[in-house]
Design a protein around this ligand. Structure first.
Ligand SMILES: C[S@@+](CC[C@H](N)C(=O)[O-])C[C@H]1O[C@@H](n2cnc3c(N)ncnc32)[C@H](O)[C@@H]1O
Length: 243
């Protein structure tokens, strides 16, 4: 049921999603534009010439556009048809298909790099997804991904920007939150951060970097309220190598 809800909500939100994540005047995407995207772009190498790169759950192709610009032979898959439709327009030069991370339609050891921005938290069976990513990566291939920092789930329910912890950090039942203003609520599966580490280690990944994102001083002038919300890390990032 939740996967259906997820697909429907992202289908309806796809256009607003692309606008908020790419246009500087839209408040809702500030965290993505100023933190998530630049951090991913730093973790992924500058020169991607001759590298086969899969962006799993690529959305409208925002990240892939940058990777293709760096020379990657880019592939994108996403659960949501409207996201893939937008991606084909927004990011020329990559191949896109509707598909799920849990059932990747690529051969074993076919990619040098797999990236995945802000999607693993939507997947119920994380182990299955990580197994698939490991399968399609070449030996020593890199897996670089971001997730909303699991601690944010504790505060998301209040929707007031106040720091009142609501559920427990240890409670991993499904939560619903908005990804675009006025948008439909999207289901997410909160997990403790050690769950990610354990599943990566179990699936033969070596963790080579881990980042928890902080606030930016420049936000004081732009919108002090935004900075106040950063008493906790909003995103975290993993860079791993297939052993
Ligand atoms: C927050 S959006 C991120 C999109 C893009 N990576 C970005 O950061 O701009 C999450 C995306 O994950 C996709 N998604 C969710 N579950 C998925 C799954 N099981 N397999 C593939 N894509 C999935 C959604 O359709 C949505 O486009």
């Amino acid at each position: 049921m939740t996967k259906k809800q997820l697909k429907k909500a992202y289908n309806e939100a796809a256009k607003d999603f692309l606008i908020s994540r790419t246009q500087a005047n839209v408040d809702t995407g500030i965290y993505n534009r100023e933190i998530e995207q630049p951090t991913m772009f730093k973790l992924v190498q500058k020169n991607l010439k001759n590298k086969k790169l899969l962006d799993a759950a690529c959305g409208p192709g925002i990240h892939l556009k940058e990777y293709v610009k760096r020379g990657a032979k880019g592939f994108g898959i996403d659960l949501t048809p409207n996201m893939i439709k937008l991606a084909k327009e927004y990011c020329k030069g990559a191949k896109f298909e509707v598909g799920t991370i849990e059932k990747l339609k690529f051969k074993d050891a076919s990619f040098d790099i797999v990236t995945c921005s802000l999607a693993l938290d939507h997947i119920k069976d994380l182990n299955k997804a990580i197994k698939q990513i490991n399968r399609v990566l070449k030996k020593n291939g890199l897996f670089i991904f971001s997730i909303p920092h699991p601690i944010t789930y504790m505060f998301r329910d209040s929707e007031k920007g106040e720091f009142i912890p609501t559920p427990s950090y240890f409670d991993d039942s499904t939560r619903y939150y908005k990804i675009v203003q006025k948008g439909k609520k999207i289901p997410g599966f909160p997990r403790m951060i050690d769950t990610y580490f354990k599943i990566l280690i179990k699936n033969n990944f070596e963790i080579i970097d881990f980042i928890e994102s902080g606030p930016k001083d420049s936000w004081d002038e732009k919108n002090p309220k935004v900075k106040i919300l950063f008493k906790i890390p909003y995103f975290c990032f993993f860079k791993c190598r297939k052993k």
